[in-house]
Design a protein around this ligand. Structure first.
Ligand SMILES: [Zn+2]
Length: 436
């Protein structure tokens, strides 16, 4: 299965194979609504590579927002400078694990997606697990099987050795990939997993005895370890990713101050179906082939558009409710449930939950927040409480705060006041993110 002369090629191929195998089934099973923008972009790239009927128009991604444009910067970003402002996240593309999470998200069984997030959080910068799978399960209240499924997805989607439990294990996995490619002797993985310590101490003789290979072979093995294996799971990043922002939904302010919502649809990606029928007239097999590929291309565009439409309707509805919040910041936040929005626009509440979960909203300021910030309750009383505490630090009892909040129109139980207060940091700042 694996071929290629360089380690880089191997990394790419192993990941891609696994992704290609699992993608179509997943698309059918859960639709695109649960996917993040990055996952949709990834699925799009793969379809473009596989399907000659699906094409991207000439051009490139807009440097400000990632939208496909024929040249320069898109009309939305024009005149605003080309550098996108993502204030609460590393520049897209600089965090290779983000791509890995998207890739593994396509691979993982849907009932274990949440376990994937937890497992990812236990990866060190080298790509090694900082806790045992059992421990991860226990820490986050997951079942062992869910953690195992998340690990399987990570290992299928990521580079060889990702999510190993030690450097020795990571190197052994890399060695096994090279063995499968016929590039190194079959005993190399064992040399790595059992005798790294001996090699580090220079105890060549001990290795010769234990493994039944010659001293010359041991030294050759050591050279291979140094040359071909890396003590980290190198995650591939592509230049294309660097230009794509990590938002699912974009919010713009019109000149009159009102808000406009946009969600990337198939046109955003510059996708279109090309007509190949001219060259294929006559042969029934060719017609059949063409029909299948046209259908597949149209289905992808339909799914992207359907996801975009649902996200658009949900966000537009929520934005109307949260106008004060978006205009004036946290103190303007109104309680809003996903169920209320679902009822208002005629969708099932679980559809709204699935659509909102994990999605990111780019605000008119350029800052990116969780789309879920438009929902929930308690932000406004919480913000008021913050202001009260900040105005007179350490002087007000829970009861006094409760009375003050009531004066502001927020009827809240004293124990709730106490709960809010305890969730604030000692310096009076909220621990949850606020933005303006
Ligand atoms: Zn743009």
């Amino acid at each position: 299965m694996v071929s290629g002369a360089s380690g880089q090629g191997l990394v790419l191929q192993v990941g891609l194979q696994a992704e290609l195998r699992t993608l179509p089934g997943l698309l059918n099973a859960m639709g695109m609504l649960a996917m993040t923008h990055q996952e949709v972009a990834l699925a799009t790239e793969r379809s473009l590579a596989e399907n000659p009927v699906l094409e991207r128009m000439d051009g490139h991604p807009c440097p400000g927002c990632g939208r496909h444009v024929s040249s320069g910067t898109c009309h939305r970003c024009r005149g605003k400078g080309t550098a996108p402002q993502f204030q609460d996240r590393a520049e897209p593309g600089t965090d290779p694990f983000q791509t890995l999470e998207a890739d593994a998200g396509l691979e993982v069984r849907s009932d274990c997606r949440h376990a994937l997030e937890y497992v990812m959080a236990h990866l060190t910068p080298r790509g090694i697990l900082d806790a045992d799978p059992e421990e991860i399960a226990r820490l986050h209240g997951l079942r062992d099987q869910q953690v195992q499924e998340a690990l399987r997805a990570l290992r299928a989607a990521g580079p060889p050795g990702i999510a190993s439990s030690s450097v020795a294990e990571l190197l052994a996995v890399q060695a096994e990939v090279l063995v499968a490619a016929g590039e190194v002797p079959a005993w190399l993985p064992r040399l790595v997993s059992e005798h790294l310590g001996d090699l580090a101490e220079g105890s060549t003789a001990a290795v010769v005895r234990a493994m039944g290979i010659t001293e010359r072979e041991v030294l050759a093995g050591l050279a291979l370890i140094k040359e071909r294996l890396r003590p980290f799971a190198a995650v591939e990043t592509t230049a294309a990713d660097a230009a794509v922002p990590t938002a699912d939904v974009f919010l713009y302010r019109r000149p009159d101050g009102s808000l406009e919502v946009e969600v990337p649809a198939s046109a955003w990606f510059g996708l279109h179906v090309v007509d190949l029928s001219e060259g294929l007239r006559g042969s029934p097999e060719a017609k059949q082939w063409l029909a299948e590929h046209e259908l597949s291309a149209q289905r992808l565009m339909y799914q992207i558009d359907r996801r975009a439409n649902a996200l658009l309707r949900i966000t537009e509805c929520a934005v109307i409710h949260q106008k004060d919040f978006l205009d004036h910041g946290t103190s303007g936040h109104r309680p809003l449930t996903r169920t209320a929005v679902a009822q208002e626009i005629g969708l099932h509440p679980s559809t709204v939950s699935r659509a909102v979960s994990g999605k990111r909203l780019r605000l008119p300021s350029g800052a990116v927040a969780d789309l879920s910030c438009l929902f929930g309750k308690g932000q406004a009383p919480r913000a008021t409480l913050e202001e009260l505490i900040a105005a007179a630090p350490g002087t007000m009892s829970d009861e006094k705060l409760r009375a003050e909040l009531a004066r502001h129109g927020f009827e809240i139980a004293r124990r709730t006041v106490n709960k809010y207060r305890r969730s604030l940091r000692p310096d009076g700042q909220a621990e949850s993110s606020t933005f303006h």
